[in-house]
Design a protein. Structure first.
Length: 202
């Protein structure tokens, strides 16, 4: 009799736990979290360099996205924490054109007006094992042609005008990433650091 009562109580406890877990299981289906940021996700121009300070300063008003001419500014939605409603740019989809309008309209210091040459969204990096001209798979040059900063940011190699070279003047706008015709996007934006500067054209 006691054994039967024990089994019944254990069954009730298991059923209670299973029922309590249902809301958590459904939350993953009804409100899935966005996948981790991809390598081409960048903060808008003029953003505070410190990620935590940027997330604290941004009030999620959305004004930067409203005034953006190419509509490249998107907003984190289900990333959780301080990221919710903060802006980002996916350069592989739609890059920044450095118009400075988002900085001018921001009501906080999350985005501050910055001269175009002083903007730091990152630094372009090229995978020479995949870039068409670098592996002799054809002529391209789209990345060099589209850059708004010219030769101080990206140029062609001296003895082969179609092999792109990244320079320190790159501000990471990502237009080169957007126009790259290669399916794997062998050009992307990385954080500017001593390490990334040292890897330039190495």
């Amino acid at each position: 009799m006691q054994r039967r009562s024990l089994i019944r109580n254990l069954f009730k406890a298991a059923l209670l736990l299973a029922t309590a877990a249902i809301p958590y299981g459904l939350s993953g289906v009804l409100s899935p979290r966005r996948a981790a940021a991809q390598r081409n996700y960048r903060r808008p121009p003029g953003a505070l360099a410190d990620k935590s300070r940027f997330e604290e300063a941004c009030i999620g008003c959305g004004l930067c996205g409203e005034v953006c001419p190419p509509r490249c500014i998107r907003f984190h939605t289900r990333d959780g924490g301080g990221k919710v409603n903060t802006p980002y740019i996916d350069t592989a989809e739609k890059a920044c054109i450095l118009c400075n309008k988002c900085m001018a309209v921001c009501p906080t210091d999350a985005l501050t007006p910055t001269k175009r040459d002083d903007i730091d969204m990152g630094l372009a990096q090229i995978d020479r094992t995949a870039c068409y001209p670098w592996v002799d798979r054809g002529i391209c040059g789209a990345c060099v042609s589209v850059c708004p900063l010219g030769a101080r940011a990206i140029r062609f190699k001296q003895w082969n005008q179609y092999q792109p070279i990244i320079e320190k003047g790159c501000v990471g706008c990502g237009l080169c990433v957007e126009v790259c015709p290669h399916p794997s996007k062998p050009i992307w934006i990385v954080d500017r650091s001593e390490e990334s500067l040292a890897r330039l054209n190495a």
